[in-house]
Design a protein around this ligand. Sequence first.
Ligand code: ADP
Ligand code: GLC
Length: 485
Amino acid sequence: MKILFAASECAPFIKTGGLADVVGALPKALASHGADVRVMLPLYPALAAVADGGEEVLDLGALMGYPARLIAAEAAGLKLLLLEAPHLYDRAGGGPYLTPEGQDWPDNPQRFAALGQAVARLVHSGADGWFPDLVHAHDWQAALGPWFLKQADSLVPSLTSIHNVAFQGLADAALGPSLGLDMAGFHADGFEYYGSISFLKAGLVASDRISTVSPTYARELMLPEFGMGLDGVIAARGGDLSGIVNGIDTEIWNPATDPDIPAPYGPRSLTRKARNRAALAKRFGLSPSEDAPLFCVISRLTRQKGLDLLIDALPALLGRGARLALLGTGDADLESAFCHSAETHPGQIGVVIGYDEALSHLMQAGADAILIPSRFEPCGLTQLYGLRYGTLPVVARTGGLADTVIDANHAALAAGTGTGVQFAPVTQPALEQAILRTCDLYADRKLWAALTRRAMRQPVGWEDSAAQYMTLYQDILSAGAEASA
Ligand code: ADP
Ligand code: GLC
């Protein structure tokens, strides 16, 4: 089965969040099921060295007015199809979407409509003889791919995956023709969204099937509280929607072999985790005391992640002698609120504003628990890294957090199944209670060690979920074959 992934991010090359982790890991898991997956990505400067070792497989002619081509290259265990269009992607700046000043590039609609057009041209012309059986588009940046396939009456089916419905890719309706869109599709059942063009909606209505990254988020997406205006569109396609929970790359995220931590460990050598804890405390200028848990946060600092609630819950955390190490970047008011907390509570709260992959590994290895008070969370990956590293997740009961963490309440403890702490509703008092409950669990050191070991043994890899994607792809292909028979 030949699958074309199309996405705007892919770890380890270019990453702003979990989308990159998924696009970097899932193809390898699918390959072990026999799939031939190629990943189409814009050729950003971060991929220039990879492209240097590749070769042209398709001349795309003019794309958004200038020449473009696809370059095939292999790196990090992935087969890449790099979309070389320097006028769109060869730019200095803050990652894939932002100018050096941190604003969205004004031509993001053109930049990612081009990605969609390149998908359709590849499906039509092939890449040096490679023709995909199915296109799997990730998030709004790739979602015009399925639309353009439909617009061209292609028989190649597609799947659009929603990683986060908060990002929809809206563009001014007047841009439509210049993006390559036939404006006959600009209506409520097409890509029109409250008077604008929505890239994500285009993918959702044009794809053969839709998926998202956890079963609970799949249900939530059909509700007005979570669907962000697309709940009706998604509910109308409820029968075509699947929720498949994300896995993690268990080779990159392996506490037994992690090169970014001072003392590699496993479930049977937990005393070594204490050395990572000491290193983490030192790095953040925190007291190394073991009387209370050391919590960590590794996150985009945005409203989605609920970290404003944590600011207000800090007195409860500090009142129990616990400590917090936070790594994140995002909204200016949250950045400054956490920096202010660190200044007023030296030794108890440590904050690093920025993006630091290696430090995130040390934090997962050294902290006792990871706090994730998200208002919504399609899947979430940091709780899965937490489980793998025996750093107990303390999570809001929403989306993928609800699906991947088992609350260590009395019944779960009696049954020997808890792996973390969940709370609901997502409010400051409920978060405070969850923090206090975590401190109580931590105080029983034998119980805590048992919880930690159990967390580390949870299956968080891609095996099961990759098998589910294979079944989904097979279903899509069989339905397509029946329809054309
Ligand atoms: P989202 O994609 O919504 O940001 P996820 O939990 O799915 O949330 O994925 C976030 C990914 O980004 C994880 O791999 C996490 O470790 C990483 N991450 C987030 N913020 C930072 C940061 N400041 N430094 C390093 N890694 C980060
Ligand atoms: C999005 C979501 C996150 C999910 C990630 C990968 O960024 O916010 O919950 O884990 O995509 O699917």
